[in-house]
Design a protein around this ligand. Structure first.
Ligand code: TYM
Length: 328
């Protein structure tokens, strides 16, 4: 039986953090056996924020290395760079003609980014979800694994798909998001906000962080002032327990949950054990990445082969779409 298709992407914007990892990358790795997976580095998307052209190729390559080191297997999945396939941009244009501007103006991510980058509210920032819809629908996937912050964009992809079907005939099926167990990991320093690069390096743990850095960041994570008698767990503590559940063994989680409940929990002890648990999971990933760093040619070849593979489907589907639109 042919496997159903899965598509997802990540921007090459520098550090990849444990929010990305727990929010979606870990899921990508697990879903590789079940689906025919297309994973890509969204280098066009990342241009909507100012980037440094001098180190951009390096950043793209390092992002690919991180994906390989967490467990994306090029023998099972297709891994490629978005801009290697002009089909994504072509479909984005076609979808632009179907997308009401008002739909784009109400996107939360657009509003947040526009607020944060007042000096650079470029058309690409507004059009970002249309390109994302093209990235997805080009492969006619069944599922798209993402973190919680991308759900609104996925909804828009389905709105565009419906508009296309209504005007040009049934072609796209509805795509379904696939959320992980921790689809919205919070910041270590501002636990009411999601973990994000834009809040600065202390709010996240990068997959590349050294053991010393990890210890330092976890130890200074914001909690509450101690067991207060309130039955509500603070967002900082809740986030630490989520991390503990993701990185530590069951016994450790139960131990700290019990001490939280009987109000004997010492945050310094929980944090110290959590930091070691994170280091234990990230170390082998870092070792694999260090090996790949020595073999950049191999990684470049994986990306070129991936683009070739993706192109076969992208070209076939785009031609069908263009036929339906009367372009060929
Ligand atoms: P990006 O590069 O910002 O993030 C990559 C993935 O990580 C998830 N994520 C999180 N999950 C949980 N907690 C967090 N704090 C957290 N921060 C980030 C994101 O939800 C995402 O799944 N627009 C996408 C890239 C993209 C894409 C696509 C994704 C472009 N085209 C097509 C899917 C399909 C983005 O900016 O991801």
């Amino acid at each position: 039986m042919t496997k159903q298709i899965l598509v997802s992407g990540i921007k090459p914007t520098g550090d990849i953090h444990i929010g990305n990892y727990l929010g979606t990358l870990k899921n990508w790795v697990e879903l590789q056996d079940k689906y025919n997976c297309f994973f890509f580095i969204a280098d066009w998307h990342a241009l909507t924020i100012k980037h440094d052209p001098k180190n951009y190729q390096d950043l793209i390559l390092k992002t690919a290395m991180t994906l390989l080191s967490v467990g994306i297997d090029p023998k099972k999945s297709t891994l490629f760079v978005q801009s290697h396939l002009s089909e994504h941009a072509e479909l984005c244009w076609l979808f632009n003609t179907l997308t009401p501007v008002a739909e784009l103006e109400r996107m939360t991510q657009y509003k947040d980014e526009a607020k944060q980058h007042k000096d650079n509210i470029n058309a690409g920032l507004l059009d970002y979800p249309v390109l994302m819809s093209a990235d997805i629908l080009l492969y006619k996937p069944e599922v798209v694994p993402v973190g919680h912050d991308q759900l609104q964009h996925l909804e828009l992809a389905n709105v565009i798909a419906k508009k296309f079907n209504n005007r040009f005939g049934q072609y796209f099926e509805e795509v379904k998001p696939n959320l992980s167990k921790s689809p919205r990991l919070m910041s270590l320093t501002e636990p009411d906000k999601k973990m994000s690069k834009s809040l600065g390096p202390n709010n996240y743990i990068a997959l590349d962080d050294s053991p010393e850095m990890i210890r330092k960041k976890v130890m200074s994570a914001v909690t509450d002032v101690g067991p207060t008698g309130s039955s509500e767990m603070s967002s900082g503590v809740r986030n630490l327990f989520i991390l503990l559940e993701e990185f530590a063994d069951k016994q450790t989680v139960v131990k700290y949950k019990n001490s939280y409940l009987d109000k004997t929990l010492k945050y310094s002890e929980l944090k110290a054990e959590l930091a070691e648990a994170i280091i234990k999971i990230l170390s082998p990933i870092q070792e694999r990445k260090a090996k790949l760093m020595k073999d950049q040619k191999k990684v470049q070849k994986i990306l070129l082969d991936g683009a070739k593979q993706a192109r076969t489907i992208a070209q076939k589907n785009l031609l069908e779409i263009k036929k339906l639109m009367g372009l060929v």
